[in-house]
Structure formats: C-alpha cells, structure tokens
Design a protein around this ligand. Sequence first.
Ligand code: SF4
Length: 70
Amino acid sequence: MSLRITIDHDRCTGHGRCYMLAPELFDADDEGRPFLLDADPGDHPAEARSAAENCPEGAITVSESVRSGS
Ligand code: SF4
C-alpha cells in the first residue's frame, strides 16, 4: 500500500499553500501553478495530507493505492 497525490488543475486557483506547506512535495512553475515533485509522498505523508486539508479549492487528493504484486 502506498499513497498517491493528485492535483486537480481545473480546481486549482494558484493560492500556493501547497508548495508553502509542503515544499518537499510541491513546487510552482513560473506562473505560480503547482506541480508535484513526486506523486508518492514517501517519507512525507503528513505534509501531503496537510497540503490537501489546507487547499482552499479542494484540488489536492491523497489516496491510498494498492500496488499489484503479480
Ligand atoms: S493550495 Fe490548492 S489551490 Fe492553492 S496552489 Fe495548491 S493546489 Fe492550487
């Protein structure tokens, strides 16, 4: 089981809280729009969840994904 972060760019309005709260996981392009440094939060699950909880637009989702081992 691992976590996966996604950004809904249709909802995002570029407030920038995500990359201020979790610079380990999010960065911004030249226009202030966020992008993921890694969709797998790895050692930073709390930061990923904090970014999701504090996004004013609800544009960030942190979900559990099950890797198939076959
Ligand atoms: S906090 Fe949400 S609305 Fe703001 S830049 Fe990040 S994803 Fe976009």
